[in-house]
Design a protein around this ligand. Structure first.
Ligand code: UD1
Length: 420
């Protein structure tokens, strides 16, 4: 079993180029199912979720060429089955992204209920309700969701709750439906905007991109294109927090600072020094780390995917910080692991209360999900002595070569195989 071995206490210094966003690359790969023609993607991150979706598409007969250096070529015209392989779908929640495109382009899809990070319940009822509005028949039994439709038709879909996944899936399905679809109470995350821009570049007609209400006029078919994926704001945010927690000086290049506004405001409030340019962010870690109070919200609010990392930073704060989790009811498994590193972190319902301590100390810890892994790496980088982090398979799902990237910033972090 691989683990990360971290010798903490070294301030990080230097600069890194941002990678493409996991949560944009995955739905964009899925949306390639809608294209009649070859799709070329650039800045695709080399993370295991991308390889999992590559495996799913290949198992369904699509041609996908990807060597992990950012460039991906997809030809989905060779698809031989609309049934996704269960053993791969179970590996990540985002695999359900293929359902909307399959339904729209092929009139049917069968995808098992997705797996992925254990952040609490991950239902897909909002996706299914949207597909039904668009005219699909959807049956869910024995862990599989099967959807069919002779032809999808435009509809008015008001999401009762803001959902990134349901917004993406219904948006993709609506692009080639007959007539006009109005999507209301949409999620507005930058990755949804990136997906919408990709669909528009393929010939889709979408108005209101980035707003709560989007209007989609169905077109006959979408064509292949060449597209570059937006920067990963969550990866960027994690490395900024790593810079802050170690008292370092880190610059992330090639990112979109506006996408991180909520985090950047909080980091300033926490006393960290930021220099923000058009496409780069520099952080200089300062002491004291001032306590704050924050709640996770849909974009443009503070993202749930940066919650654990921010808590890691607050463990070394000069007072009591509270973080309220409003998106996922089970995103707290990392808290006990931060306690192992010496943090004073308590969870009560949806609130995490962090009383700042003077120092963290290295310990063996286990990453229970992707962003928890990011948080534990940040904490371990600041802790005195050696930490070993297991659950690296989760970290690899969302962070490209994390030990190599952090080593470039001077971190003492390696990957090693352990016999369990
Ligand atoms: C996406 C991101 C994930 C991020 C999350 C919130 C991807 C691949 N993943 O996940 O990293 O943490 O957005 O920003 O992009 N819900 C329902 N019914 C549904 C769908 C969702 O009740 O049909 C609930 C969820 O349980 C959750 C909330 O709605 O409580 C938000 O989920 P959603 O925005 O859909 O998140 P994901 O798309 O799963």
């Amino acid at each position: 079993m691989a683990r990360l071995v971290v010798h903490g206490g070294t301030p990080l210094h230097g600069s890194l180029e941002a990678n493409g966003a996991k949560n944009a690359a995955l739905p964009i790969m899925a949306a390639a199912l809608l294209a009649k023609g070859k799709v070329t993607l650039r800045r695709v991150p080399n993370i295991s979720d991308v390889w999992t979706l590559t495996g799913i598409l290949k198992a369904m007969g699509c041609k996908v060429e990807y060597d992990g250096t950012g460039l991906m070529e997809l030809d989905t015209s060779t698809l031989t089955t609309t049934k996704a392989p269960d053993h791969l779908v179970r590996k990540m929640n985002a695999s359900f992204d293929i359902m909307g495109p399959l339904l729209a382009a092929y009139g049917e899809g069968e995808v098992s209920l997705p797996g992925g990070c254990n952040l609490g319940s991950r239902p897909v009822d909002l996706h299914i309700a949207g597909f039904r509005k668009l005219g699909a028949e959807v049956n869910s039994q024995k862990g599989f969701v099967r959807a069919t439709a002779k032809k999808l038709h435009g509809a008015h879909i008001l999401f009762p709750k803001v959902s990134v996944g349901a917004t993406k899936n219904c948006l993709m399905a609506a692009t080639v439906a007959d007539g006009e679809t109005v999507l209301e109470n949409c999620a507005r995350e930058p990755e949804i905007i990136d997906l919408a821009n990709f669909l528009i570049a393929m010939g889709a007609k979408i108005h209101g991109v980035g707003r709560q209400k989007m209007r989609v006029t169905g077109v006959k078919q979408l064509h292949g294109i060449d597209y570059s994926v937006v920067a990963d704001r969550i990866e960027v945010g994690t490395y900024l927090i790593a810079g802050a927690i170690t008292g370092g000086d880190v610059t992330i290049l090639g990112c979109v600072p506006e996408h991180l506004s909520s985090l950047l405001d909080l980091l300033k409030e926490m006393g960290q020094e930021l220099t923000i340019n058009e496409d780069s962010i520099r952080i200089q870690g300062r002491r004291p780390i001032t306590p704050i109070s924050v709640s996770t919200e849909p974009y443009p609010g503070f993202p749930t995917d940066l919650h654990p990392q921010l808590v890691a930073l607050a463990t070394l704060g000069s007072g009591t910080t509270t973080v309220t989790e409003n998106i996922f009811n089970g995103r707290f498994m990392y808290a006990m692991e931060l306690v192992r590193l010496g943090g004073d972190v308590r969870v009560s319902h949806r609130d995490v209360v962090i009383r700042g301590v003077k120092q963290l100390d290295g310990a063996p810890v286990d990453a229970p999900d992707i962003r928890a892994g990011g948080a534990l790496v940040c904490a371990a980088l600041a802790a005195h002595g050696e930490s070993t982090i297991s659950g690296v398979n989760f970290i690899d799902r969302g962070y490209q070569e994390i030990e190599k990237r952090l080593s470039l910033l001077g971190a003492k972090i390696t990957r090693a195989d352990f016999e369990d």
